[in-house]
Design a protein around this ligand. Structure first.
Ligand code: GAR
Length: 191
């Protein structure tokens, strides 16, 4: 099975979905490490409880030296024999250096139908634009933020009275289905 690390900054609900999917008898991957840039991330406790190795590498002590933080992250990934990195609510902009280290082997999930709404506040922007639907995209990570080639997408309707919060919840449920499937498809083609 392909050894996957999941990078998080917060709740880790996508991370939990990936851990669970990686435990199916026929899963082509397994989550061997959960790494957070914040030691207070709720997802770390969930991963520990699930028996997955965790590491927190706080970015704050590194100040403006993004690459120094990333070198520490990269070292932890390699020490665990990680082959594929799945970003799941990892709220750090990556430097070209880290992207280069994992080119073709780093995936991200983004809460919009890319190329619409890269960046933040995707749900508020979709509602504001009166879009009929919103969704999520799993894509390969490249240097441009939220710009890498899409691997999979799922759409959900935007309904009357939706708030950014209600829409986020609907999209998140779709994310929990899409990400494990997209990662499994990706890993089946790797070897
Ligand atoms: C998810 O909706 C994910 O798509 C989004 O953060 C949330 C994390 O939730 N990611 C981004 O906005 C990346 N820029 P989770 O921690 O419960 O998986």
């Amino acid at each position: 099975r392909v050894r996957v690390a999941v990078l998080i900054s917060g709740t880790g609900s996508n991370m939990a979905a990936l851990i669970e999917a990686g435990r199916a008898p026929d899963a082509p991957f397994e989550v061997v490490l959960v790494l957070s840039n914040k030691d207070e991330a709720g997802g770390l406790a969930i991963a520990s409880a699930a028996g997955v190795a965790t590491v927190a590498i706080d970015h704050r002590p590194f100040g403006k030296d993004r690459e120094a933080h990333e070198r520490a992250v990269d070292e932890a990934l390699r020490a665990s024999g990680v082959e594929v990195v799945a970003l799941a609510g990892y709220m750090r902009l990556l430097t070209p250096w880290l992207v280069g280290q994992w080119a073709g082997r780093m995936l991200n999930i983004h809460p919009s139908l890319l190329p619409k709404y890269p960046g933040l506040d995707t749900h508020a922007r979709a509602i504001e634009a009166r879009d009929a639907e919103a969704g999520c995209t799993v894509h390969l990570v490249t240097e441009g933020v939220d710009e890498g080639p899409a691997l999979a997408q799922a759409a959900v309707p935007i309904v009357a009275g939706d708030t950014p919060e209600s829409l986020a919840q609907r999209v998140l449920t779709a994310e929990h289905n899409l990400y494990p499937q997209a990662l499994a498809d990706f890993c089946r083609k790797l070897h």
